[in-house]
Design a protein around this ligand. Structure first.
Ligand SMILES: Cc1ncc(COP(=O)(O)O)c(C=O)c1O
Length: 412
């Protein structure tokens, strides 16, 4: 038999976060804890179907007027409009001026991918593979790959995390923006920065926007955690709305995976804000071409759930309550973990645990300490030291705090 035509295909390394979960599943130790997963968990350590989502799913199942015809290429119109509205705000001048468009996408990842593909084809000239794309250091690891796969050749990092002070390196960030070539693309986390849990303050965002405007840099917001950072949708959208009020043209990739708990339904939206209606319509016409050859048309179930919820004042209120339940549990776990570490006298400062926001915390544990946590304590976390606060429960808090204490005191 001839050798396989695929004989020379190298094996790609596994995706770290999914590998971690697979290792966790195989671990037979009863004390095991998974702090790696990128999803919400209840205090019982279980996934949560939001009550409002359950209710709307029933409504959809009972609605005989619905069918499984293809959606339009750009997606369900009421989903797109409502999704953009919660990103930009009810009284957004850009919406009133009819210069907002959107594309329903397969999760936030799909929104980033369609946006990246469009920018490579049409931003600042066509097929501009040489435009620098700046990603925060560190960032969600997929940012890099999504833009690379869209054809961008010059992907750079901008300063973000100051490890020594366990906070934002604002000056480093501003310096990188000052020295970036004009028209470079900057991916900005709208809120609840993954993985550091550290966001610029409104005053800092103003400084960032001022430099970006002066240097003609393009803001591509990634909004994967709206509602998760503060518990308030409006507060968490402050940065995006401020940039719009400053007259920027921008993209905002929205994910409804976390704030609706609709991870596997793949619900996302790419909001496009342009200078005028005509610009936006031309951009959307090109995005339609990209979607046609990517997934042709999007799935309906998740988009219906979100559209139905966002367009009913009563369901919308219920959803906000559900989001707050999740955000509050994260806040509680933050304060409980911090107070335990402080009570144990764990070396170092632990105020960053409560100062960071959103689902994730950058603990400051180094790779060796992480390895100790996994090998000796059966507590799974990313090599970067990032933990998902939702992996903590009232039952495992003591064990996790003691284990962090041991890791920090035993391993340097
Ligand atoms: C920063 C960031 N952007 C985008 C996404 C993608 O979300 P989705 O699952 O909706 O594609 C995630 C998910 O973890 C994320 O953390």
């Amino acid at each position: 038999m001839a050798a396989s035509i695929f004989a020379a295909v190298p094996r790609a390394p596994p995706v770290a976060v999914f590998k971690l979960t697979a290792d966790f599943r195989e671990d037979g130790d009863s004390r095991k804890v998974n702090l790696g997963v990128g999803a919400y968990r209840t205090d019982e350590g279980q996934p949560w179907v939001l009550p409002v989502v359950k209710k709307v799913e029933q409504m959809i199942a009972n609605d005989n007027s619905l069918n499984h015809e293809y959606l339009p290429i750009l997606g369900l119109p009421e989903f797109r409009a409502n999704a953009s509205r919660i990103a930009l705000g009810d009284d957004s001048p850009a919406i009133k001026e009819n210069r907002v468009g959107s594309v329903q996408s397969l999760g936030g990842t799909g929104a980033l991918r369609i946006g990246a593909e469009f920018l490579r084809r049409w931003y600042n000239g066509n097929n501009n593979t040489a435009t620098p794309v700046y990603v925060s250091a560190p960032s969600w690891e997929n940012h890099n790959s999504v833009f690379m796969d869209a054809g961008f050749k010059d992907i750079r990092t901008y300063h973000y995390w100051d490890a020594a002070k366990r906070g934002l390196d604002l000056q480093g960030l501003l310096n990188d923006m000052e020295s970036a070539p004009e028209f470079s693309i900057f991916i900005l986390h709208a809120c609840a920065h993954n993985p550091t849990g550290t966001d610029p303050t409104p005053e800092q965002w103003k400084q960032i926007a001022a430099v970006m405007k002066r240097r003609s840099l393009f803001p591509f917001f990634d909004s994967a955690y709206q509602g998760f950072a503060s518990g308030s949708l409006d507060k968490d959208a402050w940065a995006v709305r401020y940039f719009v009020s400053e007259g920027f043209e921008l993209f905002c990739a929205q994910s409804f995976s976390k704030n609706f708990g609709l991870y596997n339904e793949r619900v996302g939206n790419l909001t496009v804000v342009g200078k005028d209606a005509d610009n936006v319509q031309r951009v959307l016409s090109q995005m339609e071409k990209i979607v046609r050859t990517t997934w042709s048309n999007p799935p309906s179930q998740g988009a219906r759930i979100v559209a139905t919820t966002l367009s009913s004042p009563q369901l919308f209120d219920e959803w906000k309550g559900n989001v707050k339940t999740m955000a509050d549990r994260v806040l509680l776990m933050r304060s409980e973990l911090r107070s335990r570490l402080e009570a144990l006298g764990t070396p170092g400062t632990w105020n960053h645990i409560t100062e960071q926001i959103g689902m994730f915390s950058f603990t400051g544990l180094n790779p060796k300490q992480v390895e100790y946590m996994i090998k000796e304590k059966h507590i799974y976390l990313m090599a970067s030291g990032r933990i998902n606060m939702c992996g903590l429960t009232t039952k495992n808090l003591d064990y996790v705090a003691k284990s962090i204490h041991e890791a920090v005191t035993k391993i340097q």
